[in-house]
Design a protein around this ligand. Sequence first.
Ligand code: FAD
Length: 416
Amino acid sequence: MQSEEKKWDCIIIGGGIAGLTTSIYLARSGKSVLILEKSKTLGGRGRTTKKMDSYLNLGPHALYSNGKSLEILRELGIEIDGGIVPTKGKIVYKNELYDIPATPISLITSPLLNWKAKKELFTFFSTYKKIDTNKIHQIPLQQWLQHKIKDEVVRHLILMISRLSTYSNEPDLLSAGAALKQLQLGNAIYLNNGWQSMIDSLINVATGLGVQYRTGQNVKSVNGSYPQVTVHTNKEEFHSRTVLSTSSPHETAKMFSMLENNPEMDIKEYIPVRVACLDLILSRLPNPEIHFALGLEEPFYFSNHSNIAKLSDKNYQVIHVMKYINAKDDTERELEGFIEKIQPGWKKFVVYKRYLPRMTVSNSLVLANQNERPSPLVKHLPGVYIAGDWVGDEMLVEASFQSARNAAQLILETLH
Ligand SMILES: Cc1cc2nc3c(=O)[nH]c(=O)nc-3n(C[C@H](O)[C@H](O)[C@H](O)COP(=O)(O)OP(=O)(O)OC[C@H]3O[C@@H](n4cnc5c(N)ncnc54)[C@H](O)[C@@H]3O)c2cc1C
């Protein structure tokens, strides 16, 4: 096996959002950084595919207007370009379509709710932003709703919007605090040309600062600790003072065999959040009035992302349909049935279709019964750090961005 002579200040395993973000903070402080990525391209789950002159994320992707992700991107000198998704659309309930009661008029006129329920939902909408989420972190969402909300339809509505913001359909396990914190992140933002525009900006800034990367390098194992770390890939051997893994908890534990018996890395605790996605490009919408819809009792999602962001050079409609799945679901036909209720006859207009049956949205659900999530600093292994959507107290890409920034600070303290 070939061994590269150079000794890097930090080797980063994985060139997704977390890896790229850390690399920029380190390179800005003058550190030498090498990213090792097993795929052919950088970007991880944030990549966008170009098909039929249109941009398809890997399933529906949004940033949030009040999230730290935007703050971090600004710190890195990156401005994003896209559109804010309004809180308006349809609910699919027992094969009928209703307005989402999220605006005063749609709430007052909603046939789904009686007056008491309308008042209860109005109270929830006007108070949830002020809830101290730390105080309810250890209560499962279902239990919290059962205790706080009397009306069953209102409970279903809150579960529906919490699925939307957390991507999770496990209310008995999900922390109520984590779910509400995610809701407090504000409106969704869809990016023009997809998340690839953000990935490309991260790559440009990183390489402009001298960050090096190698693709097709699958890291198999890591030995040593600060200041002598050796990283073995399927092809080569690399040397560094510190190392950051942004891979999944399972793969990270395998690479660092010492971590496997470390209670901090108890991988039984990590329950992935998964979805089934149908990504579509249509020449037109059979029903051009509807751009967004959610199932009330069934965990389905439909959104025309091209109604908000610029996603097609041909004026095609870029649609994401999704089911929030539990472990055993298999769902392509169900998703096609769901879109038929909203856009009857849509199949005639398909220009491109992609089905992704089991996408990992997050490597770890934020559990109500979990005392602490891992931090970027791996105790007992000097010079070894972790980042990604399973590290820190946040969720989804918020966790990736924030753990990446925290990891960079810790690595800089080690390197001085
Ligand atoms: C369908 C779907 C919808 C989503 N929607 C949203 C959303 O709306 N909002 C939101 O906030 N988040 C969303 N997410 C989550 C978001 O995409 C992720 O949180 C984020 O992209 C994760 O970035 P990361 O860098 O932490 O991990 P990844 O993107 O997984 O990057 C890790 C990288 O490491 C590489 N790697 C792994 N193991 C090795 C190894 N052994 N050697 C070398 N390289 C390795 C991988 O190939 C990958 O490129 C969604 C995810 C999915 C799948």
